[in-house]
Design a protein around this ligand. Structure first.
Ligand code: TUI
Length: 316
């Protein structure tokens, strides 16, 4: 049977070169295990949580799957140092990082046999991570949900590929086989999806969050938080609009920070339309149905295989 295989599959021992994004407050052991059981790489988000939460979620995942599983370490978290130790103690196979520079942890993780795959949003960071011995890179464009960089996936991926000898995983703006095929054409050897997995049966976000994603249209997301240096893409809800108004209306930094605090949890756990911050990528409108995570992995890869098999039609 013809399948898309790449260096990433071999490096990590996974069937499909598909990562599930480390979505803060969302990507738990249950979702991660479902993606890994489907042949992709499930990832547990360490979010802003203490080390013991992460340890617990790794145990949950391991009780559901024997396949490789990753942990995403969000570098703005106050618990980074303890989480950095937990992934070593729990013998996690893969660590991805986000929202910052993981330089000071890389040596220790590599020495523990962990594959280290940082998210990079610039060429400079890609070069630095390559020099420090990272195992692969995730190039995440600003179409993605959550904390976003400046560049889009279309321009970021080829530039990162040119700047490194490591395999590159493309992220941001991918929700179906067309996006996967395009990412490979840009030089990527794997892809990561976040928003598409919000509709997975095993994703335990509040039903209102799921419904908002399933009902979203093309212009449904916006970026807030630029003024404080942490631009975040989310659904255009009353909270996002209020925040944006406050941000551009000159609200003092501390008040603005307070306005944002806890908003992610309110979206994920309470489905709070007024005060919740519903992180989402620009692909929300392409997420059309609830289905098992394993089916999502298989479906997008089968679509991509068909597209790539027909790609030579353009060359005459
Ligand atoms: O990290 C993400 N997405 C996230 S993190 C998050 S939690 C959060 N909550 C409130 C405010 C801020 C964050 C929600 N979504 N994606 C990976 C990513 N990393 N995107 C961009 C970057 C990035 C940016 C700068 C990686 C490295 C980098 O380096 C800057 C430097 O030089 O330190």
């Amino acid at each position: 049977m013809l399948m898309i295989k790449s260096a990433i599959c071999e490096m990590l021992g996974i069937e499909y070169p598909v990562f599930q994004g480390g979505m803060a407050w969302i990507a738990d052991g249950k979702l991660g295990a479902a993606v890994s059981n489907g042949g992709g790489l499930g990832i547990i988000a360490a979010s802003n949580a203490p080390g013991e939460y992460v340890r617990e979620q790794i145990k949950v995942a391991k009780s559901i799957t024997n396949k490789p599983i990753g942990v995403n370490i969000m570098l703005l978290s106050p618990f980074v140092d303890e989480v950095a130790k937990v992934v070593i103690e729990e013998k996690v196979g893969v660590v991805t990082t986000g929202a910052g520079n993981p330089s000071k942890y890389i040596k220790e993780w590599l020495a523990a046999g962990i594959k280290v795959i940082p998210v990079v949003a610039s060429v400079a960071m890609a070069k630095l991570m390559t020099r420090l011995g990272a195992s692969a890179l995730i190039a995440e464009g600003g179409e993605s949900g959550g904390h976003v960089g400046e560049l889009t996936t279309m321009v970021l991926v080829p530039q990162i590929c040119d700047a490194t000898t490591l395999p590159v995983i493309a992220a941001g703006g991918i929700a179906d086989g067309r996006g996967v095929a395009a990412a490979f054409m840009l030089g990527a050897q794997g892809i990561q999806m976040g928003t598409r997995f919000l509709s997975a049966n095993e994703c335990t976000i509040h039903p209102i969050y799921k419904e908002k994603i399933l009902k979203a249209t093309d212009l449904c997301t916006m970026v807030t938080g630029k003024r404080l240096g942490h631009p975040v893409r989310s659904l255009r809800t009353p909270f996002a609009r209020d925040y944006s108004k406050a941000e551009y209306g000159g609200m003092p930094d501390e008040e603005l920070e307070a306005l944002g605090a806890g908003a992610l949890r309110l979206a994920v756990q309470e489905g709070d339309n007024e005060k919740g911050c519903f992180l989402s990528g620009q692909v929300a409108a392409m997420v059309k149905k609830e289905q098992p995570a394993a089916e999502i992995v298989k479906e997008v890869m089968e679509e991509a295989e068909q597209i790539l098999l027909r790609a030579s039609q353009w060359v005459k």
